[in-house]
Design a protein around this ligand. Structure first.
Ligand code: SF4
Ligand code: SF4
Length: 92
């Protein structure tokens, strides 16, 4: 099973452009940064650099994701967002 650190390079490809938010049905409803892929990439960067840990509050946002994968289709960096999200959920 892949570990989050295996996706370090992939996560670092995020330019924070925000295109993923424009297509995310959950973000469009809440306008909460944590609900979109960009916010999740920021959170995971924090996990990877040791600033924060994955906790129930963070996991709450990953579980809210409906898996539509619209964000990955829109992402100009081609980040494997679905794989990364699955990694977070499966490793907990
Ligand atoms: S579309 Fe991709 S590169 Fe842009 S903020 Fe979202 S995850 Fe990052
Ligand atoms: S897969 Fe999740 S984060 Fe991506 S657009 Fe769909 S609901 Fe939003």
């Amino acid at each position: 099973m892949a570990k989050l650190k295996d996706y370090t390079k992939e996560i670092s490809k995020c330019s924070k452009c925000g295109l993923c938010q424009t297509v995310c049905p959950v973000f469009q409803k809440t306008l909460n940064e944590c609900d979109g892929a960009r916010g999740k990439m920021v959170m995971l960067e924090g996990v990877l650099n040791g600033a924060i840990k994955i906790d129930d509050k963070m996991l709450f946002y990953f579980k809210k994701c409906d898996g539509c994968n619209f964000c990955e289709s829109a992402c100009p960096a081609g980040i494997k967002i679905k794989e990364i999200f699955n990694c977070v959920i499966e490793n907990l």
